[in-house]
Design a protein around this ligand. Structure first.
Ligand code: GLO
Ligand code: MG
Length: 359
């Protein structure tokens, strides 16, 4: 989108503003045939037009693309299909993980110079597409293969600094090309593992630390895109991660979904497994004043039939709205704050369960 100066003279992102729950986004990768290492494909492969139609009917207003699904050379044609479907592009992201051997070894923080250079080049190319063609709201850098696999495989200190330096290089280029007024906010999406054993940055704190290692003049242009399941995998409470990012002024975008614990990236529908977490997440998004697109990053279930292509997305949106209705109707902010100030855990738990259960 763009950046503007606040009253203190700092650059802050002008993120698209909506009423919370009015705008929902998802990636084109969030529906499709399924399949992977342990399961065959379940559903037919859809055309882009069919995919966009499914996204629209499941309640989405915005779509996200990797540069491998929407290549820069095809972006104008794809944008026409997006417009025809009545959608907008909320986010775009260069695929720095599943495209070639150069990213087997990490990206910005890699020990391999070619991998670092390719990461910067691909990122710049897709930021250009995001600004010039998609009119995207945000660019996401998901760490993916950035990190390491075992003992002494990287110089740890250099890996963190190199990751920051890669982002420095991208922001410096973006400001030179477009100026702050047209710059696309860059949101780091941390994840602790998968595909690599030790992903960097692993969580919100590490993402903020990497931003802190950047040149001060470039730091305002980079924030976070926190994802529910990634926080869970890191042993963190998603809402608390949101609070940390908000305290730093870095909630640029969100990826909501669900998981069942310290496992793998299950990408379940938001709210399916732990509805209490959904209520806490929605309330926290309200508390931190998030007004951007609520993006859902889920995978269809293997049991979903061909006509259920976007069922996990549709259910995530319904669960979000259910949680939002509960927050509006049942949470008395003043009462909650008064209870918090007593630090009486028993009463706070009683209040929370009464809110979620409605009893
Ligand atoms: C995977 C991530 C992935 C990213 C996407 C956008 O674990 O959640 O889906 O969100 O590539 O960067
Ligand atoms: Mg994600």
């Amino acid at each position: 989108m763009a950046f503007k100066k606040n009253s203190a003279g700092q650059w802050v992102p002008e993120l698209p503003e909506y009423q919370l729950g009015e705008a929902f986004g998802a990636g084109v990768w969030n529906i499709g045939p399924g399949g992977g290492r342990f399961a065959p494909a379940m559903r037919p492969v859809l055309s882009l037009e069919e995919t966009l139609a499914h996204l629209k009917t499941s309640g989405l207003t915005h779509v996200e693309f990797h540069d491998t699904e929407a290549e820069p050379a095809d972006a104008e044609k794809i944008m026409t299909a997006v417009n025809n479907a009545g959608l907008k592009v909320s986010m775009c992201t260069a695929n720095l993980f599943k495209r070639g051997p150069e990213f087997a070894n990490g990206n910005f923080g890699s020990e391999v110079e070619h991998s670092r250079k390719e990461s910067v080049r691909r990122t710049q190319e897709y930021i250009r597409t995001g600004i010039e063609i998609f009119n995207a709201g945000v660019y996401v850098y998901w760490n993916s293969s950035n990190g390491f696999g075992g003992p002494l495989m990287v110089n740890y200190k250099d890996m963190f600094q190199r990751t920051a330096d890669g982002l420095n290089e991208v922001v410096a280029w973006m400001l030179k090309e477009y100026g702050p007024e047209r710059a696309l906010p860059i949101a780091i999406e941390p994840k602790p593992n998968e595909p690599v054993s030790w992903g960097v940055p692993a969580d919100c704190g590490e993402a903020l630390a990497i931003i802190g290692l950047m040149e001060p003049e470039y730091q305002p242009f980079v924030g976070t895109n926190l994802e529910t399941c990634h926080s869970l995998m890191a042993g963190k409470r998603y809402a608390a991660e949101l609070g940390l990012a908000a305290a730093a002024g870095k909630v640029f975008y969100v990826h909501l979904n669900g998981g069942t614990g310290l496992k793998f990236d299950e990408d379940l529908a938001f709210g399916d497994n732990d509805f209490g977490v959904a209520v806490e997440t929605v309330y926290t998004l309200q508390e931190v004043g998030y007004n951007g697109v609520v993006a859902i990053d889920v995978q269809p279930l293997n049991t979903d039939t061909p006509d259920q292509q976007a069922a996990s997305l549709g259910r995530s949106i319904r669960n979000f709205k259910r949680a939002q209705q509960i927050c509006t109707e049942r949470i008395d902010a003043a009462k909650l704050q008064a209870l918090r100030s007593t630090a009486n855990r028993a009463e706070l738990s009683e209040y929370f369960v009464s809110i979620v259960s409605g009893k």
